[in-house]
Design a protein around this ligand. Sequence first.
Ligand SMILES: Nc1ncnc2c1ncn2[C@@H]1O[C@H](COP(=O)(O)OP(=O)(O)O)[C@@H](O)[C@H]1O
Ligand SMILES: [Mg+2]
Length: 309
Amino acid sequence: MPAIEVSSLMKAYGKLQAVDGISFRVNEGEIFSLLGPNGAGKTTTIEILEGLRERDGGDVTVLGLDPWKEGYMLHKSIGVIPQGFSFLQYITPKEAVEYYADLFGVKIDVKDILRKVILEDAANNYFMRLSGGQKQKVGLALALVNTPKLVFLDEPTTGLDPQARRAVWDVIRNLKREGISVLLTTHYLEEAEELADTVAIMDKGKIITTGSPQEIIAQHSSGERLKVRGNQELADYLSKNSSLQVDYKDGIVSVMIKRKEEVVATVEIIGRSGLEWSDLTMEHESLEDVFVRLVGKPIESEGPTLVAK
Ligand SMILES: Nc1ncnc2c1ncn2[C@@H]1O[C@H](COP(=O)(O)OP(=O)(O)O)[C@@H](O)[C@H]1O
Ligand SMILES: [Mg+2]
């Protein structure tokens, strides 16, 4: 049984079609990432799956349940961190976990949960004194209190510095190791590339493509890039003497390569040019290159962020 099955899901706010007929499946035990810019419809989708928002149309099954009609049952076996998670300022991570355990009426090993989210060192510090990354880890700890089979993480690392982001990634990998399925939304390409087994690229309410990061790159990439350090003159020379696409930026000439014979031909042309060059490398396209091609614009790197304060 898949953890989540979504078919032709629709949700509008007035005239705005926030989710426009998306379908996808999250397999048990995998990390699935909805990747898209602000306004893509990620939070709307995740809130429908959590049973917090009613859908207009389509079929949705989460752990075999209809999240809107059977939310009470579902909430016993899912963990949730909402976007922009925050908590009471004068409560410690240890107290927060104990409090949640009381709410759920479960007996748990608080230490074990704090260990899983790598937060033992800050167990007794006030929430308000924690770093951004530690605050997100409190959210992760709370999401684990009811030993969920599936966890929803809505932009868990937005606004964190790279080091804190990596610390949260470690926790997310721990969840997967425990066999927990994860639905993660993010607008960080490298986060999806780093963590997700399956990525769905979402924009304007639609899923543009789905697959593992490698599959998406292989399917939509237009090839490899040959990069060489050189000047604009070299780029112009290459452009004139080959039929390949040549770009120039910040002292780097890059040539799109589709067939490997083109590598040899390009190197010959560079040699014949008599111009200065150095540092010749081959580069695969990244998920970011593919994203730009598919969505027609780069994903905004920081946008308006909601940071746990
Ligand atoms: N409660 C709401 N009422 C009206 N419009 C909303 C509401 N929530 C979200 N939207 C709009 O729906 C679109 C999708 O939003 P959202 O699901 O939050 O996307 P994301 O999480 O990908 O940024 C956006 O244009 C947003 O402004
Ligand atoms: Mg959102």
